[in-house]
Design a protein around this ligand. Structure first.
Ligand code: SAM
Length: 208
């Protein structure tokens, strides 16, 4: 059974009409492109994108892979479906699904991605464990996200700003290394992206 969506998840249902204005190409497309580069997608690969939102990454995927994007917000997914139709993306589809209870058997995907997702859920560890479960052994998992800075002053500011960030639909104090370790994953490649390099793209090889 799915968990009850918490406040942070419910925000996106209301926010969907304005989402692309705030989280659109101008501020975040560099990170979305880097994340898809990090996935190192091969022809015919099956790719899962968790927390796909309005689908802004879907047009960037290579056309010879099959992508399914899942999300917990109907209004975000409605926009992703419109984008798929408008851009005639034959390799992409979306589905309503909770990242903490993915309806796929173990080892279903070659690649699994979460863009700006892992700090937008109340359950980052549970979601990452599910991403790992459905990813094949030696498959690649990538996250593009803002993580808490290791710099003491910046880190303290991000802690202080967390209540404000939560009201905008994300946590500003999620730590990367402890999160990866909690799911038994290790960073392989790491790159800073987006405005002021405040976001990170991290890839992990799924050693099962
Ligand atoms: C900041 S948006 C990112 C959307 C998209 N990946 C992008 O790059 O623009 C976070 C998304 O995660 C979704 N989300 C949050 N919790 C979720 C969960 N448990 N399962 C699936 N999607 C979830 C939200 O509905 C929202 O669409």
């Amino acid at each position: 059974m799915s968990r009850e969506p918490k406040i942070i998840e419910r925000i996106y249902e209301q926010f969907a009409p304005f989402y692309n204005l705030v989280y659109g190409k101008l501020l975040f497309q560099e990170g979305r492109e880097a994340a898809i580069d990090f996935l190192d997608i091969k022809p015919k690969n099956k790719v899962l994108e968790v927390g796909v939102g309005t689908g802004l990454s879907l047009p960037i995927y290579p056309k010879d892979c099959q992508v399914v994007g899942v999300d917990l917000s109907h209004s975000m997914l409605k926009r992703a479906e419109a984008l798929i139709a408008q851009k005639r993306l034959k390799n992409a589809k979306v589905a309503f699904m909770d990242a903490t209870h993915l309806k796929y058997p173990d080892n279903s995907f070659d690649r699994v991605l979460g863009n700006l997702f892992i700090s937008a859920t109340t359950f980052p560890k549970e979601s990452l464990l599910e991403m790992k479960r459905v990813c094949k052994p030696n498959g690649i998992i990538v996250l593009m996200n803002h993580f808490k800075s290791e710099h003491p002053v910046l880190g303290a500011a991000e802690e202080a700003l967390n209540p404000l960030a939560l009201s905008l639909g994300f946590k500003s104090n999620l730590e990367m290394e402890p999160l990866l370790a909690s799911a038994g994953l290790k960073a392989k490649q790491v790159q800073k992206v987006n405005m002021f390099n405040l976001w990170t793209v991290v890839s992990m090889v799924n050693k099962k």
